[in-house]
Design a protein around this ligand. Structure first.
Ligand code: HXC
Length: 304
């Protein structure tokens, strides 16, 4: 189904504001990151997305290319963000084919639900490696190109910007997600440190923390439907967010309107985390029975 602009981008943004810019994105096959890239492409950017699966990544790139006639979107598969070498090669190819990198969306993440008691060291490490080491690998690979972009941009929004896609689960903690909670705290810290080390060189580094966003793998499949309904009632906005609302925040952070925004976290969650709602499977701050009992989890599927 062809997507309309109104599916992934507000009409407040002016066409062409990212003309001649290049955005590099990890996790670009995901629902949120693909919307972020689609919005950037619509507004003039060329893009490179990387993913583990070759067919999926190439077909997503083709789909993203339809957001604007004349835009180039490169899809590079067989890239695992845990492997620095595969990332470096993808970055080199992106620079060679698209001419540089001005913006980076650090979006690749892994998650599943597991009580701490059943979380193996290897399972914990897998998520830390994807989220934290993978973000570090991405940053290391793109930084020289972002620095170059920041020092040479003469028109349009200055280049040299990073947006990390994090979450809000680590603000309060989230049952069954020890691994992801620890990982997302690391991602936020990484962004903040890039902000202070590279701010003097013209870069900005910020985090977008999406809350419950409709249509994402993470939200649609978590918990029982009655829990989801109860949780939704606790969101001050009274609804889940849309990928378009995350894409809009991304466009803002990459635009000239956010030139002085560095080291920030933009929470896009309708106020949800401030209600202290359990992120998964909970009923407000009441603990789910399976946590109190310490038994095996029923009705909670992994996200693999
Ligand atoms: C418990 C699990 C598990 C599960 C895997 N493991 N799935 N443990 N419950 N459901 C354990 C395995 O048993 C193994 O430990 C270890 O994790 C590694 O598993 P592999 O399958 O070998 O790992 P790998 O192929 O590297 O896959 C990584 C993954 C996988 C994270 C486990 O789910 C993945 O690749 N996910 C990427 C896609 C994804 O998760 N998308 C959702 C992102 S949403 P042992 O001890 O047996 O060796 C998101 C939002 C966060 O991140 C915020 C949410 C609110």
């Amino acid at each position: 189904m062809a997507l309309e602009r109104s599916d992934y981008l507000s009409d407040v943004w002016r066409e062409g504001i990212f003309n001649d810019k290049v955005v590099f994105c990890t996790g670009g096959n995901g629902t949120i990151c693909s919307a972020q890239v689609r919005a950037m492409v619509h507004l003039g950017a060329n893009a490179c997305i990387v993913g583990r699966n070759v067919d999926k990544t190439e077909s997503m790139a083709k789909s993203l290319m339809t957001a604007r006639q004349g835009s180039e979107v490169l899809g590079i598969g067989s890239v695992d963000v845990r492997n620095a070498e595969s990332l470096n090669q993808a970055v080199e190819r992106c620079v060679k084919e698209l001419g540089g990198i001005d913006f980076c969306i650090v979006g690749a993440a892994g998650n599943f639900l597991s009580p701490l008691s059943q979380l193996s060291a290897n399972a914990f490490k897998s998520v830390i490696d994807i989220d934290v080491l993978g973000s570090y690998n991405t940053v290391k690979a793109v930084l020289p190109h972002l620095v170059k972009s920041a020092s040479t941009s003469t028109s349009g929004p200055g280049g040299g910007r990073l947006v990390f896609v994090s979450a809000t689960i680590h603000y309060t903690g989230a049952p069954l997600q020890t691994h992801a909670v620890v990982a997302k705290a690391g991602v936020d810290a990484l962004s903040a440190n890039v902000a202070i080390e590279y701010g003097p060189r013209g870069l900005t580094s910020n985090v977008i923390a999406p809350g419950p966003i409709a249509g994402t793998e993470g939200m649609e499949r978590l918990g029982r439907s009655e829990d989801r309904e109860a949780n939704m009632k606790r969101i001050p906005a009274g609804r889940w967010g849309t990928v378009k609302e995350v894409a809009d925040a991304t466009v803002w952070l990459f635009s000239d309107a956010a030139n002085f925004v560095n080291g920030s976290v933009v929470v896009v969650d309708g106020g949800a985390w401030r209600t202290n709602r359990m992120a998964t499977g909970g009923k407000g701050m009441e603990y789910p029975d399976f946590l109190l009992g310490g038994g095996r989890v029923e009705g909670v599927k992994g996200l693999k």
